[in-house]
Design a protein around this ligand. Structure first.
Ligand code: BES
Ligand code: MN
Ligand code: ZN
Length: 495
């Protein structure tokens, strides 16, 4: 999908399809009014027939509107003018792109510059257009023998005023970069477990490194043994696929500037191990590497945006399978930190691989560490599929991430990390157990991780409910790439 901006009067723009907004009560936006005047009231007359009220999310496609250079006019309902917030703006954009995709236009000119989105500026609005258009164009058919026809919409153009033109250009290119990161995360998430193995993830990281000049190292089992990553390795020991610890460096900042570290859970398939999961929907556990995918997507966007910061991505990658060699409930392992862990449930494997990756992060003397993990079913129960669970040992970092999620419409909700919950992790046989019982399952998982993050500012995103969709739209969402990139952009003093 290509994006561009153009200046000029809407009625003069000779384009296959021009989209203009209509507020509730058939009230024309400025651009719609311009078309109407050019056609001597043609739009008003059509609206009077009652085919479009201006309700949010509705569209009406018109051909041959007199006085208008465009081949098609797409009226897009915006709802009440006074109620126009981010959500309505995004909804209208999505409706316009989807409607244009159903036509043979091939190109859409959007006249949304004047449309309010709460208090968001022109850069934000253009960024959303690019992101939403990329989202609407996304398809995953690499595993089908017959590829889908490409979506007919190849280009989206923003009609901007002289004042907004440069902001629109910037916003579009940012949205395009973030959108490419989201698509990468979606592709990796959607790939099946027999293709997307730990070794495959490592290869993809290397490929990304070549393409975007990232330094990439992959630690093998031997090196992890030397480092004493007994916890991570205990998860991998039931699998025939060798585990990988993938480390990527994006160096956009000054040499001495401390890096931000992103750690992504990379379980390429989670059967539960010996504590086997029930059968239904087990296929969805191929998505258990979506944290890892979001790290790769965010790093790609970082590189394309040329952010002036240093970022390290760490991906512990493994399968979690039952096997004669697999770890068993009751096994005790020693983590890289030296703390011992009683594995009471082999299905709580995410924290077991993350804890060693978090200890490994210490060596980069991080500015802050954010881990991203499809960690607990309990988080889905707590927050559903709307918000990711956010935990942090640093209030200011939590606030920053919450704001980043709001701005990117990829929201998180702050959850408690109080010491009171730590008691649930008590073990009679080791320093801690890897599960804390049914109550507050997402919180106790975060509490477990907090025992490995004492040396730096740290936040944890539980994306179990947000990383993919189930049912007929089953597929990876690419979340929380938008949140992460928004956070990184702010840290880099951009956006
Ligand atoms: N990957 C799962 C978490 C998960 C489950 C995400 C369902 C999305 C949907 C994780 O490894 C897991 O199995 N967690 C267990 C922890 C429990 C054993 C303490 C869970 O949530 O059931
Ligand atoms: Mn599990
Ligand atoms: Zn898991």
């Amino acid at each position: 999908m290509q994006f561009s901006t153009k200046r000029g009067a809407p009625e003069m723009r000779a384009t296959p399809c021009i989209a203009v907004g209509v507020y509730a009560g058939r009230k024309l936006s400025g651009a719609a009014n311009a078309l109407d005047r050019a056609g001597q009231g043609a739009l008003q007359e059509i609206l009077r027939r009652g085919d479009m009220e201006g309700k949010s999310g509705t569209t009406l496609l018109l051909y041959r509107v007199p006085g208008v250079a465009a081949e098609r006019v797409l009226l897009v309902g915006l709802g009440e003018e006074a109620d126009l917030r981010e959500r309505e703006y995004r909804e209208a954009t999505r409706a316009a792109v989807k409607a244009a995709q159903e036509t043979g236009a091939g190109m859409l000119t959007l006249c949304f510059g004047e449309i309010k989105a709460g208090r968001r500026d022109a850069v934000w609005k253009a960024r959303q257009v690019a992101l939403i258009a990329a989202e609407c164009a996304y398809r995953f058919d690499s595993m089908k023998s017959k590829k889908a026809e490409p979506r007919p919409l190849a280009r989206v153009e923003l009609l901007a005023t002289a004042r907004d033109a440069s902001a629109a250009v910037r916003g579009l290119s940012q949205g395009q970069a973030i959108g490419a990161g989201v698509s990468l995360a979606k592709d990796l998430g959607n790939l099946p477990g027999n293709v997307c193995t730990p070794a495959f993830l490592a290869e993809q990281a290397r490929k990304l490194g070549k393409e975007w000049k990232l330094e990439v190292e992959v630690l093998e089992r031997k090196e992890m043994e030397k480092l004493g990553m007994g916890s991570l390795l205990s998860v991998a020991q039931g699998s025939r696929q060798p585990p990988k610890l993938i480390v990527l460096h994006y160096a956009g900042g000054q040499k001495k500037a401390k890096p931000l570290v992103l750690v992504g859970k990379g379980i390429t398939f989670d059967s539960g191990g010996i504590s086997l999961k029930p059968g239904p929907e087990m296929d969805e556990m191929k998505f258990d590497m979506c944290g890892a995918a979001s790290v790769l997507g965010a790093l790609r966007a970082c590189a394309e945006l040329k952010l002036k910061i240093n970022v390290v991505g760490i991906i512990p990658a493994s399968e979690n399978l039952p096997d004669g060699a697999a770890s068993k409930p009751g096994d005790v392992v020693t983590s890289m930190s030296g703390q011992t862990i009683e594995i009471l449930n082999t299905d709580a494997e995410g924290r077991l691989i993350l804890c060693d990756a978090l200890t490994y992060a210490e060596r980069f003397e991080p500015e802050a560490v954010v881990d991203i993990a499809t960690l607990t079913g309990a988080c889905v129960i707590a927050l559903g599929h709307v918000a990711s669970g956010l935990y942090s040992n640093k209030e200011a970092l939590a606030r920053e991430l919450l704001a980043a999620g709001d701005e990117a419409h990829d929201r998180a909700w702050h959850m408690p990390l109080w010491d009171d919950y730590q008691e649930q992790l008590k073990s009679n046989f080791a320093d801690m157990a890897n599960i804390g019982g049914r109550p507050a399952g997402s919180v106790t998982a975060a509490c477990f991780l907090s025992r490995f993050t004492k040396k730096f500012d740290w936040a944890h995103l539980d994306i179990a409910g947000t990383a993919w969709k189930s049912g007929k739209d089953k597929g990876s969402t690419g979340r929380p790439v938008p949140l992460l990139v928004s956070f990184l952009m702010k840290r880099a003093g951009k956006g």
